[in-house]
Design a protein around this ligand. Structure first.
Ligand code: ATP
Ligand code: MG
Length: 411
């Protein structure tokens, strides 16, 4: 993409009403637009990164047998009344609305109820199980705190996957495969080293759930990490019973602030029983389906990457989620730069090409702010040497690469 055709404007200063680093940097770099507190829109570069995160998650969900669907965000209250989650006293973050004729509707707060009800139409026999369904769909939550930028929004996309199993053993196998898939997701997006599976309260569903917590001072949670085992505990379940079940020692635990980037829940029959999701086993007996649910917020992951990896000069994207792989800067060498842009793009390398008429200093500063993994500079000097200057965003030293070798360098 040519920057002369990119409509966004970057900003020198952080917006005054933003306290979170992720929102400050993403707004300055023109990745997102703030609509109001807790509500953000995604601009071309931000959307490319969000979509890359979504694609990583999609690939890992498909790899464990997930089938992608798309449920509606306008919700019928009937299944929520059956599970006793319609009442604002029970779920405090609902946004609700009404049809013209007065009928109550919910704006999707999550999707356990409609997903379970939908599956009653498709599961009736042991032969239909196990099943894994997931979607990327907007959730609306009337969050009271909205100070964490795109990590806590009032309208946000969630990947939520639901597992449907015949027995507890079958559920445990699915749960374990999802836990591994989550580890792969966080590793691929560059958060693997600082993200821990963390025991947390199972809420109304089970004894424990597991959260994936990324250690960061920007986090709203407190966890206790056991480095040796790579497992952590949320402060809400720090008690002797849990420690014993984890064979963890109070001493070995280190307190850290963290961001919940994902979580996985065993639901048992909490939803299948009230909503009548049953199957007939080999003997013809009717049994409730054993369920699990597994969430990740792609924008919270994106905000977390910014919190963890950005530096004093701006954003720093891992290659797996960067909006472009290469940022090509022409410094008064447009003809050669055009040639390189065409060649790299033709070879399938994603290039953002700064073809604007601006000073070298301005281009460098903005390139650092955008955080694209490789900067390739073509200037007057390169025309003489036949080489471009290539620098990684994470390194200070650049290297000279002959024009003819650029494609193989990036391939
Ligand atoms: P939290 O305790 O941080 O509010 P939660 O327990 O409400 O999270 P879930 O309802 O299980 O989280 O949502 C699943 C995932 O969706 C979370 O792990 C997180 O990645 C993401 N998520 C949750 N709330 C938000 C939000 N307000 N904005 C962006 N992403 C969110
Ligand atoms: Mg919440």
């Amino acid at each position: 993409m040519r920057q002369t055709q990119l409509f966004i404007r970057t900003k020198k200063d952080a917006p005054k009403d933003e306290v979170s680093r992720n929102a400050q940097l993403l707004i300055r770099a023109g990745f997102i637009h703030k609509e109001m507190a807790g509500v953000y829109s995604f601009l071309p570069l931000g959307l490319r990164t969000l979509n890359k995160i979504i694609q990583v998650i999609r690939e890992e969900m498909n790899a464990v047998g997930g089938q992608e669907v798309l449920l509606a965000s306008l919700q019928d209250k009937e299944p929520w009344e059956k599970t006793d989650r319609w009442d604002d006293e029970k779920v405090g973050v609902w946004f609700k609305t009404k049809l013209k004729n007065g009928t109550d509707l919910g704006l999707a707060v999550t999707h356990e109820e409609p997903m379970t009800r939908m599956m009653t139409q498709h599961i009736s026999s042991y032969r239909d199980l196990p099943a894994l369904t997931y979607h990327f769909q907007t959730k609306f939550r009337n969050e009271t705190r909205a100070k964490s930028g795109i990590m806590r929004m009032r309208e946000f996309l969630m990947k939520d996957l639901y597992s449907f199993a015949r027995t507890q053993e079958e559920h445990d196998t699915l749960y374990a495969s999802l836990k591994e898939a989550y580890k792969k997701v966080f590793k691929r997006v560059g958060l693997g080293e600082v993200t821990y599976p963390t025991f947390a309260s199972g809420g109304m569903f089970s004894k424990y759930s597991e959260e994936f917590q990324t250690v960061s001072d920007a986090g709203e949670d407190i966890i206790y990490v056991d480095e040796a085992s790579g497992q952590a505990l949320n402060t809400e379940v720090l008690n002797d019973e849990v420690l014993n079940d984890l064979g963890l020692k109070r001493e070995n635990l280190v307190e850290k602030k963290s961001i919940e980037v994902g979580n996985i829940f065993s639901l048992g029959t909490k939803f299948s029983s009230p909503l009548g999701l049953t199957y007939k086993n080999e003997k013809g007996e009717s049994l409730p389906v054993i369920m699990g649910s597994y969430g990740i917020g792609p924008a919270r992951v994106m905000g977390t990457i910014v919190e963890i990896l950005s530096d004093e000069n701006g954003l720093v994207w891992p290659e797996s989620v960067a909006p472009f792989r290469v940022h090509l800067l022409s410094l008064n060498a447009d003809e050669k730069a055009e040639e390189i842009y065409t060649a790299l793009s033709g070879a399938g390398i994603e290039v953002l090409y700064d073809d604007r008429d601006m000073s070298a200093g301005e281009k460098f500063t903005e390139s650092d702010l955008l955080g694209i993994p490789y900067r390739v500079v073509v200037g007057k000097r390169s025309l003489v040497s036949g080489k471009a200057e290539v620098k990684k965003r994470t390194e200070n030293e650049s290297q000279e690469i002959a024009f003819d070798d650029l494609i193989s360098f990036f391939k």
